[in-house]
Design a protein around this ligand. Structure first.
Ligand SMILES: [Ca+2]
Length: 181
């Protein structure tokens, strides 16, 4: 009898913890690109960026980058600037994106996060160097995290990047960014 009661208490505690944990994840960005204002394309490489209606993980669009040719030290990216006067200092950030690659060579594709103050870069995290995203693969989820939003952050940037050394095409879809208090 005691054992059952103890088990029930443990189960209730576990449920409580799980529930609290879920509630602490606050969505800052959730984008399937069907209605995606705020994304900007920037390139210093021989790349073309476009909204794509042929390849997607969720209907009916993704963001695409296609390399026309390679260019050393160049790169291109889609980015979104999330601006707020009140990012919670110390909160953990997690960026997720589903990425499809077609014949991507070279350094390939990265996802990255950056926190700026009004005057300087405070923190930058990238999947470059830790996660290889290249070759030919169907949509797969990739993540990059930041352990703590720096104090003084006023602008938070999300980047979906392709190296100028690469050829091929990359598709990005179902991008989400959450913070954990
Ligand atoms: Ca989509």
């Amino acid at each position: 009898m005691m054992g059952i009661r103890t088990s029930c208490i443990l189960a209730l505690l576990l449920l409580t913890f799980c529930s609290d944990d879920d509630e602490k994840f606050i969505t800052l960005l959730d984008d399937d690109f069907d209605n995606s204002p705020g994304w900007q394309y920037v390139s210093t490489a021989n790349h073309v960026g476009a909204l794509d209606a042929v390849e997607f993980s969720s209907p009916s669009h993704s963001l695409k980058i296609t390399a026309l040719d390679t260019q050393a030290n160049g790169f291109s990216f889609w980015s979104q600037n999330l601006t707020s006067a009140n990012f919670p200092d110390g909160a953990q950030l997690v960026l997720k994106a589903k990425i499809k690659t077609q014949d991507v060579t070279g350094e390939g594709v990265f996802v990255a996060l950056r926190c700026d103050s009004n005057t300087t870069v405070l923190s930058f995290e990238t999947s470059q160097g830790t996660t290889s995203i290249n070759g030919s693969h169907d949509f797969k989820e990739y993540t990059v995290g930041m352990n703590a939003i720096p104090s003084g952050t006023t602008n938070l940037y999300v980047f979906l990047i392709m190296s100028g050394t690469s050829t091929g095409s990359a598709y990005f879809d179902d991008v989400s960014l959450v913070y954990k208090k």
